[in-house]
Design a protein around this ligand. Structure first.
Ligand code: 13P
Length: 263
């Protein structure tokens, strides 16, 4: 099963970067590039995930872009609503600030911040109930890949959330496959390996949801202008979640163009 007609998504995950002045500069450069060399909105979704502190500032700056660029939160609270939860930002608070997209389950959160499957389920559930679209990240470690467990690990991570996603809510899910060994290492999965995993993910999804054929599956892990065209040509790779290269406006713009040009 392949899904070449899915409109691709290119999302920049800025992680804990950059300082305020550099963020403003980056957005300003990106807006100029979009104006001079358009990435048509009909051909590609675009998003940027800044630090929580900057979400509304970046959203305001992006509102003046020539085309929609979504502002994406990097995480949300496991607790819904409002209340005495120091340091937390709930799905409802994101929605109240017109933030409609959120990353959940990034490997850095799973590994460094103890986001366990049950915590991730609470986050996914809250986000979907508040009407957010969830970019749910999955991916195996190098050790899991080398011991032949990559597919099993990734499919389990997808099955984990099935308990909290209602039949219709699968339309609010985007999957991002990010092999941990490819994140920030300069090593990208080969387009063949990435395509193979994406096809397996889609096959796995088809056991769970009727929306498997239309569900975008993004690739993440050292995506850069040099490898974006080849990745974009794979039928089940419906976009990219870009880390390091999204901190450079020209690189991020080129990656967006690579995916838009497949349409
Ligand atoms: P890099 O593109 O820096 O490898 O990061 C990928 C990533 O983790 C995006 O979420």
């Amino acid at each position: 099963m392949s899904a070449t007609t899915i409109k691709p998504w290119v999302v920049g995950n800025w992680k804990m970067n950059p300082i305020h002045a550099d963020a403003q500069q980056l957005i300003s450069e990106f807006k100029t590039l979009l104006q001079d060399s358009p990435v048509e909105a009909e051909k590609c979704h675009l998003g940027i995930a800044p630090v929580t502190l900057a979400l509304t500032q970046i959203q305001a700056a992006l509102s003046e872009a020539v085309r929609p660029v979504y502002t994406v939160a990097q995480d949300l609270s496991r607790i819904a609503g409002l209340g005495a939860y120091t340091g937390e930002v709930s799905a409802e608070l994101l929605k109240d600030s017109q933030i409609d997209y959120v990353l959940v389950g990034h490997s850095e959160r799973r590994e460094l911040f103890a986001d366990t499957p049950s915590i991730l389920n609470e986050k996914v559930k809250n986000a979907l109930q508040a009407g957010l679209t969830v970019i749910y990240c999955v991916g195996e470690s190098l050790q899991q890949r080398e011991s032949g467990q990559a597919e099993q690990v990734v499919l389990q991570q997808i099955c984990d959330i099935a308990a909290v996603v209602d039949a219709e809510q699968w339309q609010q899910i985007v999957i991002a496959y990010e092999p941990i060994w490819a994140i920030g290492t300069g090593k990208t999965a080969s387009p063949e390996d990435a395509q193979t995993m994406h096809a397996k993910i889609r096959e796995g999804l088809s056991q769970i949801t009727a929306y498997a054929v239309t569900l975008p599956i993004l690739y993440g892990g050292s995506v850069k202008p040099e490898n974006a065209v080849e990745l974009a040509a794979c039928p089940d790779i419906n976009g990219a979640l870009v880390g390091g290269a999204s901190l450079n406006a020209a690189s991020f713009h080129q990656i967006a163009q690579a995916f838009a040009n497949t349409q």
